[in-house]
Design a binder for this molecule. Structure first.
Ligand SMILES: Cc1cc2nc3c(=O)[nH]c(=O)nc-3n(C[C@H](O)[C@H](O)[C@H](O)COP(=O)(O)OP(=O)(O)OC[C@H]3O[C@@H](n4cnc5c(N)ncnc54)[C@H](O)[C@@H]3O)c2cc1C
Length: 382
């Protein structure tokens, strides 16, 4: 696809490439998702239509084919999430970098991009001092602002904003939240998993697990609701999350179970025996109000409609991903910015999606679209 005379140079601020990609590999590298494309595209919410052409041109199946072309077989797990068989990122990254190297791509590490010089050159800070580089076309893929120690620190925001590129505030996505816990809950249960619950907010119910942390809650089921919870806190200063501690029993069945004679059991033993509520689940129940009612219907309501008050999302540095970034409607269909010859892709663009392989797929698809945009731009302008 590249014109034979096009040189490709990759610059990165860090000493080695793709540190966040490697971190994602620690969780097995959930690289894409196997659900029907119609559902898949809906995970991108408001950004769906803008991302559609790029995602239709590089579908989840094509992500799998691309990995297979690099010698990495993938498999679909029980929740339709797709992973490399080895559940690691490093073999895929190694094969990818080797292929790019064979194709003539040059890599320049420890090159922190600082903006443009007056004559339009790219300016980098390097251990050897400032370096300038003239590029005929530039693809920016600078990431969001989560886990900044891996390289993506959002330092590009003022550089693009001062060039008139519209940027929406970077915000945490797929993140945990603050809850004001009692000293007892923090001391005894920080770090404890709360398994097999259902979380409900804004009419969406997610079954899964979460973790009690020193500062609140985090984990898969929380991330799935995090965009709506974050926006609610921004508008109203807090969000009320409903936790169903016994999602596999409906209300009537749970009331029936709670009607069993208590005998000489304490409340704690009774709840453990008849409703399977113990450990962190029992502590959460008591946290909501110390005096648990013995009345089965009232007790059922506490168990199935436990309310947690979330006061703030955790800082973006701790989030799995970022929302906000370069406004999609400020980009051309080929991902060109308002600066001719400068394209942008990946998490630095203003879209968000849940965990499940959607993030990497959209980064790859928009990266491909922006790269093709640059190739076409070079063909037009040279
Ligand atoms: C713990 C964790 C687990 C994850 N797991 C998954 C998963 O399983 N599946 C999934 O789909 N997604 C996952 N993600 C999200 C996914 O890793 C990111 O969405 C993806 O890596 C973003 O790719 P990107 O290329 O846009 O940005 P990044 O991967 O952040 O890369 C941006 C690069 O730009 C460089 N850079 C930034 N600023 C400058 C500058 N001024 N000069 C030079 N270089 C600069 C950085 O050093 C970095 O190398 C996970 C994220 C985290 C934190």
């Amino acid at each position: 696809m590249l014109a034979p005379h096009a040189e490709v140079h990759v610059f990165d601020a860090m000493p080695s490439l793709a540190r966040k990609f490697l971190l994602a590999g620690r969780g097995g590298l959930n690289i894409t998702h196997g659900e029907e494309f119609a559902s898949f595209i809906n995970r991108f919410g408001d950004a769906r239509e803008k991302l559609r052409p790029a995602l239709e041109a590089f579908t989840p199946q094509q992500v799998r084919d691309w990995a297979a072309g690099l010698g990495i077989e993938t498999f679909e797990g029980s929740s339709h999430r797709i992973f490399p068989r080895q559940m690691k990122a490093s073999p895929l990254l190694r094969a990818w970098i080797q292929r790019l190297g064979r194709a003539g791509v040059s890599f320049h590490m420890k090159h922190k991009w600082r903006g443009w010089s007056d004559d339009g050159g790219l300016v980098f800070e390097t251990p050897e001092g400032e370096r300038r580089f003239r590029a005929a076309a530039t693809v920016l893929a600078l990431g969001g602002a989560s886990w900044p120690r891996l390289g993506s620190d959002g330092g590009w925001v003022p550089l693009l904003a001062e060039k008139g590129i519209r940027i929406n505030e970077l915000k945490p996505a797929n993140c945990g939240f603050d809850v004001t816990w009692s000293a007892h809950l923090k001391a005894r249960f920080a770090g404890a998993p709360v398994k097999s619950v259902a979380l409900e907010f804004g009419g969406t119910r997610i079954k899964g697990d979460f973790i009690v942390t020193e500062t609140g809650i985090e984990g898969g089921a929380v991330y799935a609701l995090s965009a709506a919870l974050r926006d609610e806190i921004a508008s109203n200063g807090k969000a009320l999350l409903t936790v169903d501690l016994a999602p596999d029993r409906d209300e009537a069945r749970l009331v029936h179970d709670l009607e069993r004679p208590q005998g000489k059991s304490s409340m704690a033993n009774f709840l453990r025996k008849v409703a399977g509520i113990e450990g962190a689940k029992a502590a959460l129940l008591r946290e909501a109000g110390p005096d648990l009612p013995w009345d089965p219907t009232q007790l059922m309501k506490r168990i199935k409609h436990l309310e947690l008050t979330l006061t703030a999302p955790r800082p973006i540095a701790e989030a799995i991903s970022s929302a906000g970034g370069v406004a999609l409607d400020a980009l051309g269909t080929d991902y060109v910015t308002s600066i001719p010859g400068v394209f942008a892709a990946g998490e630095m663009l203003d879209w968000e999606a849940p965990t499940g392989g959607y993030l990497l797929t959209a980064c790859l698809a928009t990266g491909r679209a922006a790269g093709l945009g640059a190739v076409n731009y070079l063909a037009r302008t040279r």
